[in-house]
Design a protein around this ligand. Structure first.
Ligand SMILES: [Zn+2]
Ligand SMILES: [Zn+2]
Length: 375
């Protein structure tokens, strides 16, 4: 397998005194060029990529590099006759992934846990008020049914004990004077390898599938809340931990209700006569019921009437917010001739402006003071 090995520095096309930055740069450039995802079906590119990854794995590590400089490839061939040192066969994407993450969108199996999944769910204002159960569909990796997650096409045989580490999941290698233990590069610590990979999942043990699950969204949830469903993310490869599912809640605005924390505000317009004479109005409550509010004579725009306990429930608490009816007095438009007459008469009827309209009386007396230089 490793009959002739190229010099690691030659593989990365760098000089022997290249610093770690130059090593990294050379690796990035070459790995991008020869990555199998970019050269599908090209065996020579794949072989070259393996060489590049192997060279980088040694030269990026000061200790390993020193051992290599001193002993050459012999520094890493501690596995005995036939073992041939490290076999990078299974680790193709691994090192690459460590460096580039999801940049290439590549997702290869390994011992790491499954990825977290983020989904956004939009709910109505009233659903946020009452709480709701929402079905959501998430694209996720699930255990491959064809091979029962073993990754092997031959179910009975399943996975075999890894020939490199003999099932230990770890290998020891002589590096110069050091005996170093590291995760087995063939099986990534699983201790098992698949000889005949499953054709459905190509050996990963998981396949991508849409999964529907119901999320219980609690009453009182606010716009932007994130709900974490532990273990509902992507399945990890071959028995690893699944990731988490994060559900981001977006609450749609409501045409008549506004929210501030646990309190709800509802702006209710009143006719001028209702505000002046006083009345009882019926107002909507978010839970779908109605409430009666007594509006006293002489009510002004901006006055609030509180409906205790009619607001949102507070998460993780038995407390509830209140609902506020915010009154605004509407001045009538497009009066009939008779209405104008009545209002003219109304105005002429006024006896004590200071008592009837204290705010405007107060304001205009300040204006007078201002022009007389008193304010
Ligand atoms: Zn499978
Ligand atoms: Zn192994």
């Amino acid at each position: 397998m490793m009959a002739t090995k190229l010099d690691y520095y030659a593989v990365l096309e760098i000089s022997r005194d290249a610093n770690s930055d130059e090593v990294k740069k050379a690796y990035r450039r070459l790995a991008m060029q020869y990555h199998p995802d970019r050269n599908p079906g090209d065996a020579s590119a794949e072989a070259r990529f393996k060489e590049i990854s192997e060279a980088y794995d040694i030269l990026k590590d000061d200790q390993k590099r020193a051992a290599y400089d001193r002993f050459g490839h012999a520094a890493f061939e501690g596995g005995g006759p036939g073992a041939g040192g490290f076999d990078f066969g299974g680790g193709l994407g691994d090192i690459f992934e460590q460096m580039f993450g999801d940049m290439m969108g590549g997702r290869r199996g390994g011992r790491r846990s499954g990825s977290d999944i983020q989904v956004q769910v939009s709910i109505s204002f009233t659903e946020a008020f009452a709480g709701v159960r929402k079905p959501i569909t998430v694209p996720t990796r699930v255990t491959c049914e064809s091979c029962d997650g073993t990754g092997s096409a031959d179910r009975d045989q399943g996975a075999e004990t890894c020939p490199t580490c003999h099932g230990a999941g770890k290998v020891r290698a002589q590096q110069g004077f050091f005996l170093v233990e590291r995760v087995c590069p063939t099986c990534h610590g699983a201790g098992k390898v698949v000889r005949n990979p499953c054709t459905v999942c190509r050996g990963a043990g998981t396949v991508e599938r849409d999964r529907t699950l119901e999320v219980a969204i609690p009453a009182g949830v606010e716009d932007g809340t994130r709900i974490r469903l532990s273990g509902e993310g992507e399945a990890g490869g071959k028995g690893a931990q699944p990731g988490d599912l994060y559900v981001h809640i977006a609450v749609e605005p409501h045409p008549i209700f506004q929210r501030d924390g646990a309190n709800i505000y509802c702006r209710v317009p009143l006719r001028m006569t209702q505000a002046a004479l006083g009345t009882e109005i019926e107002v909507p409550v978010v839970d779908g019921s109605r409430a009666k509010v007594k509006v006293p004579a002489g009510t002004q725009t901006g006055e609030n009437f509180r409906l205790r306990g009619k607001g949102f429930s507070v998460l993780r608490s038995s407390a509830r917010g209140d609902m506020y009816i915010q009154v605004s007095v509407e001045t009538p438009q497009h009066l009939t001739r008779r209405q104008r007459e009545l209002l003219d008469e109304f105005e002429a009827e006024a006896e004590d402006h200071a008592r009837a309209n204290p705010e405007s009386t107060g304001f205009f007396s300040k204006v007078r003071d201002f022009f007389e230089g008193k304010l």
